[in-house]
Ligand binder design. Structure first.
Ligand code: ZZB
Length: 258
């Protein structure tokens, strides 16, 4: 499985993260690194998700930069030439996902250039980097999470304004219009993040419809088919230094069945 690892630069840590991290990074720029299979959806990022029960590491890439990912992803990255010394992760500090919530970060190429880190129930520590960028227009999981957080901000310990950004229409499909995730959550009568079976079904449909029938309606490749735009957006992100390729070894991926 090859992901696009998206570098979302920290603009302002949450107070809890600031207290723990600030004096440990030695002037490095710090990035939340989100693993995505849908690079063409970067234009409509509205947030970024972490698992509140997951521990993350802040890893020094070199003297200038540090990445926030799971330890597992960092070990993989160390063997993919992403860190200064092959096979070595230089961890500066460990931080609990819960403490990253409320951190303000940059969202590369998004029409919302700065977004907040939020909690998501179903983030797997065993997949990608454990950091997920939020594209609620095209990901049913993302949209349902935002709905849940808006309903119960106190319970989820988020401020309402952190999840106030509405989904951005960015891909048009003949069957589901230009907010496919919102349409599917409604059609499959999904009520919460706990409806994991229906969410998995919605994800399958959204992947297929988007990829085979979707047309871009925002960004640098307006009017192009998603399957053509996807590699172009990825290339553009990588050229701009805002992303890199991150591969997951076989057998370690909890993958979908199709
Ligand atoms: C942005 C995005 C936009 C994504 C979209 C999907 C969609 P898969 O298919 O099961 O392999 N993801 C990445 N890491 C994790 C994790 N650790 N736990 C939970 N979710 C994770 O999953 C790959 C997708 O799941 C990734 O692509 C990421 O969200 C999320 F419009 O990035 B995606 C229809 C899906 N649409």
């Amino acid at each position: 499985q090859e992901y696009t690892a998206l570098k979302m630069e920290v603009v302002q840590f949450s107070p809890e993260a600031q207290a723990e991290i600030a004096d440990k990074v030695g002037g490095r720029k710090v990035f939340m690194v989100a693993a995505t299979l849908r690079s063409e959806t970067v234009y409509g990022q509205t947030n970024c998700f972490v698992g509140t029960a997951i521990n993350y590491g802040v890893f020094a890439v070199n003297d200038q930069e540090a990445y926030i990912t799971t330890h597992r992803a960092a070990r993989n990255m160390a063997f993919q030439g992403i860190f200064a010394t092959r096979g070595e992760t230089n961890e500066l500090i460990t931080i609990a996902g819960a403490k990253l919530v409320g951190t303000k970060i940059k969202a590369p190429f998004s029409i919302h250039p700065e977004v907040y880190v939020l909690p998501m129930d179903n983030v797997l520590a065993t997949k990608g980097t454990g950091v997920v960028t939020c594209a609620p227009s095209d990901s049913p999981d993302d949209w349902q999470t935002i709905v849940d957080l808006r309903k119960k901000p106190e319970y989820y310990k988020v401020q309402p304004e952190w999840c106030a950004t509405d989904p951005v229409p960015m891909i048009s499909t003949p069957a589901y219009g230009d907010l496919i995730a919102v349409a599917l959550v409604k059609e499959l009568k999904i009520q919460s993040q706990k409806d994991t079976k229906q969410l998995a079904e919605a994800k399958e449909i959204a992947y297929k419809e988007g990829f085979y029938s979707g047309t871009m309606i925002v960004g640098d490749f307006v009017g192009e088919r998603v399957q053509d735009a996807k590699p172009k957006v990825r290339e553009k992100l990588i050229k701009a230094g805002l992303a890199f390729a991150y591969a997951e070894p076989e057998g370690m991926v909890i993958s979908r069945s199709a």
